[in-house]
Design a protein around this ligand. Structure first.
Ligand code: AMZ
Length: 462
């Protein structure tokens, strides 16, 4: 999936609006060229630029600046805002812009969008900006009666290869994308859909990727530093195939399962990393097939009497890593990579109530994620290396180098030895945690991950 960092321009400056409202403007920088260079330095391959003055006025007051940006970076540039006729399209594309975005003009004059798409193919995209499903134009100050999905289909028929779909209500609000609207759009058309609006955390990128959009535009969250662009790019590019064991499962096994009288079988979802039990749900034969086909846990909802892809509305998808069938063939275990929380109560696991001394008590879930915390610590160390922080002990270790790190590992190991010899459990616990942190530092320094270590351990486990 492509990540498009966004640069919106008003009066030559880099700004962000809330829900496209020109009166709710924050200026994030005086130099959009410097911003584009920074996005490129962090790895962006495609940058999304909007001339907001142009979108409102219908001409291109920031053309020279945008042409200059296109010349200053080797990342591809797409531009929207004020492109209303073929001359405008020609000018931008000749200036080195990779793709133009038509908004107002495409809605008002579909024949023009068709002609532009015929002339320039994939170098023309249509921006569909929706308020309650209806297309907004002219800087979003006018809402038409056109239905967003219908208009997208019309543009597909006209030969347009990409629609950039913005949900105005979420744009600039940092509240997460409208996954349902995006999914509906992906389902409505066969061409590429780029999602825009509300992306505010790394999990949003993962959730959008699962929906099948070609790309995601990220704006405000980059400027507020809620999202680190390099991490978003890594998340988007991560093509790791999660369903690696599925191939060996023959669909025949389904007919041997013991479904209950309603055709259902209980399925327990377990976190594939921490081993934490996340939830219990029910599957029928179709949902098992769907799970195998898509790699996303899909259950059968007993209340709604229909297939239910976990995460379809909440974004809390479950990528299935492995599936197990029990000895009596009447229960299933799915080992999953859980995005966000599994439970609708916002607890990580549905089993957040423990019976203690005959009574129920609530316990924080997710904290039992044993190796999970090692990944978290490891990721913080990597983050410190990439973005040094003043006063950071981790950065201090990296400045001193490997000898200092190894000295610390030796010291912490000795502390574990002493604490264990003294049989003081709390100290063994404390010193072992110190040792694991310092080992994590050494792993980062050596270019190894905890996964490498776990794979090695797994080999020895008989
Ligand atoms: O934020 C806004 N008010 C806004 C915005 N981001 N208004 C328009 N636009 C963008 C559209 C599209 O990329 O998302 O301008 C482009 C469309 O411009 P035009 O001039 O073709 O309608």
């Amino acid at each position: 999936m492509t990540i498009y960092p966004a640069i919106d321009i008003i009066d030559g400056k880099c700004v962000r609006l809330k829900m496209g409202d020109y009166s709710q403007k924050t200026v994030f920088g005086d130099d959009p060229i410097a911003v584009a260079k920074e996005w490129e330095r962090l790895g962006a391959k495609f940058i999304h630029i909007v001339d907001l003055d142009g979108a409102r006025s219908g001409d291109m007051p920031n053309f020279d600046l945008i042409a200059k940006i296109a010349k200053s970076v080797s990342a591809k540039i797409e531009v929207g805002g004020g492109i209303r006729d073929m001359t405008a399209v020609d000018r931008y594309l000749e200036a080195g812009v990779r793709r133009v975005i038509l908004g107002t003009a495409a809605l008002r004059n579909p024949a023009f969008a068709r002609a532009a798409a015929q002339k320039y193919g994939e170098r023309v995209a249509v921006g569909i900006d929706a308020k309650d499903g209806k297309v907004a134009v002219s800087g979003w100050e006018e809402v038409s009666s056109a239905d967003a999905a219908e208009f997208a289909k019309e543009m597909e028929r006209a030969g347009v290869k990409t629609v950039i779909y913005t949900d105005i209500a979420t744009d600039g609000m940092l509240g997460g994308p409208n996954l349902k609207a995006m999914k509906d759009m992906v389902n409505a058309v066969g061409i590429d859909v780029v999602a825009s609006g509300g992306v505010s955390k790394i999990e949003d990128v993962a959730a959008l990727k699962k929906i099948g959009v070609e790309g995601a535009i990220i704006g405000k969250a980059l400027y507020t530093k809620d999202i680190d662009l390099s991490r978003a790019l890594a998340e988007a590019e991560n093509t790791e195939k999660d369903v690696n064991h599925m191939d060996i499962i023959k669909s025949d096994f389904i007919k041997d399962l013991k479904f209950d009288k309603d055709g259902l079988i209980p399925a327990v979802a377990q976190d594939s990393v921490s081993g934490e039990v996340l939830m219990l749900a029910y599957m029928n034969a179709d949902s098992i097939r769907e799970t195998i086909k898509t790699g996303h846990a899909t259950y059968f909802s007993r209340s709604r009497q229909q297939l239910w892809e976990k995460g379809a509305t909440s974004g809390n998808f479950q990528d299935v890593v492995e599936m197990y069938v029990d000895c009596d063939q009447d229960a299933i275990v799915l080992k999953v990579k859980q995005t966000g929380n599994a439970c609708h109560t916002n607890n990580h696991s549905c089993f957040y109530r423990r019976v203690k001394d005959g009574r129920l008590e609530e316990i924080p879930t997710g904290t039992a994620a044993k190796p999970g915390i090692l990944y978290d610590v490891y990721n913080v160390i990597v983050d410190r290396v990439n973005h040094p922080k003043k006063g950071s002990y981790t950065n201090y270790l990296f400045e001193k180098g490997i000898d200092k790190m190894l000295k610390k590992v030796g010291e912490e190991a000795s502390e574990v030895i002493i604490a264990s010899k003294n049989y003081v459990k709390s100290e063994v616990q404390y010193e072992t945690a110190d040792l694991l942190y310092h080992l994590s530092v050494v792993l980062v320094e050596q270019g190894l991950t905890w996964d490498d270590i776990f794979v090695e351990l797994q080999k020895r486990y008989k």
